[in-house]
Design a protein around this ligand. Structure first.
Ligand code: MG
Length: 369
């Protein structure tokens, strides 16, 4: 069989480099035909040479229209969207409109633009296979039953580095402490989002948009070992879980070759050394971002776009040492006061994103940052 042709957009980040690792190990099955990266020009050039990608198809610092064009190239079968943040939206739309399989690692595009993304998916006939470990788990568990047999889905959360701490204890934590994630090695923004549980909140919205399951049937459970990535409870009481040791190459491999599985194991469990798996409810009083995300998801329309946009500003400010970790939730909360408008087209989303960012910036100014 001819190899599956892959465009890796956001190729120099954590997911991008792991995607290229999977491709390199399975060159008989996959071939890279386009690359895009932000600022890491040297690594991009090295990747381009390693994979024999044409110069004009390895783009650094691409404009959004250029990214969308790469995602829609005729000879691309699978688009890996590993672009960071809201800039990933045009890639998602471009790939789905062109009827591609979208291996989606960029959360923000589906969260901010959910209604539009689903319209593009329906119109273009594209397919989304999630790369996020939790959604990949749900995608796998959902194969065990029919849609109408699903009672609820359970998204697991590691709880981040601050699990068990109180709000007062979290006021003075540093950027370094927040960046020290116990189980996953990821980019800075998503690591901070994990520490606030905003990442989990965004994943709840993502699950809603991906699988069409309403918020009352999406549950978050803290599971510090990060071995169970997601579960689906069916109407007869059976719960199906997906377990593996943390290794993103498993969900990446599945997204590249779906519905087939890779014939190389990543994260397989050694049951002789795995001692215990524990579960507890999230502390929503301390980790307020989770509740804010549910509220934005339920409000619908542009509210998730506001949540995501304001969070990017707040996390950025925290990473620059301008605000306390606890201020992230305050800033997002204030931005959500804008309210939810209709999300009928991309302009609505862009407007909501812009107002969210400006509202978050004024909140920052008032905090003296
Ligand atoms: Mg995740």
């Amino acid at each position: 069989m001819a190899p599956i042709r892959v465009a890796v957009l956001g190729s120099t980040g954590s997911i991008g480099t792991q995607t290229l690792d999977v491709v390199t190990r399975h060159r008989d099955q996959f071939e890279v035909v386009a690359l895009a990266a932000g600022r890491n020009v040297e690594l991009l050039e090295e990747q381009r040479r390693t994979h024999g990608v044409a110069t004009e198809r390895a783009v650094a610092g691409a404009a959004e229209t250029q990214l969308a064009e790469l995602a829609a190239l005729d000879d691309v079968d699978v688009v890996v969207n590993a672009v960071v943040g809201f800039a990933g939206l045009p890639v998602t739309i471009g790939a789905l409109r062109a009827g591609k399989r979208l291996a989606l690692a960029n959360k923000e595009s589906l969260i901010a633009g959910g209604p539009i993304v689903n319209k593009a998916r329906a119109e273009g006939g594209g397919e989304i296979v999630p790369v996020d470990s939790e959604h990949s788990a749900l995608y796998q568990c959902l194969r065990s039953g029919r849609d109408r047999e699903v009672a609820k889905v359970i998204v697991t959360a590691s709880g981040g580095p601050f699990r068990g701490r109180t709000h007062a204890e979290l006021r003075d934590i540093t950027v370094e402490q927040a960046l020290a994630h116990p189980t996953w090695s990821m980019g800075a923004k998503i690591t901070i989002d994990s520490s606030t549980l905003m990442n989990k909140g965004l994943e709840v919205i993502e699950a809603h948009e991906l699988f069409g399951i309403d918020y009352d049937r999406i549950e978050v459970v803290v599971h510090p070992q990060s071995v169970v990535h997601g579960m689906v409870e069916f109407v007869d009481g059976a719960t199906i879980a997906q377990l593996s040791m943390p290794d993103m190459r498993l969900p990446i491999g599945l997204a590249l070759g779906a519905p087939s599985r890779l014939d190389e194991p990543f994260g397989a469990i050694d049951w002789a050394t795995l001692s215990s798996l524990t579960f507890e409810p999230p502390d929503i009083g301390t980790f307020r971002c989770l509740g804010l995300a549910y509220a934005a998801g339920r409000a619908g329309g542009t509210a998730p776009a506001v949540l995501s946009g304001a969070n990017e500003i707040a996390v950025d400010a925290f990473l620059q040492g301008r605000v306390a970790w606890t201020a992230i939730a305050d800033i997002v909360d204030e931005a959500l006061q804008i309210g939810a408008g209709p999300a009928d087209d991309i302009a609505d989303i862009l407007d909501a994103d812009a107002s969210a960012r400006s509202r978050a910036r004024s909140a920052l100014e008032r905090l003296g940052a």
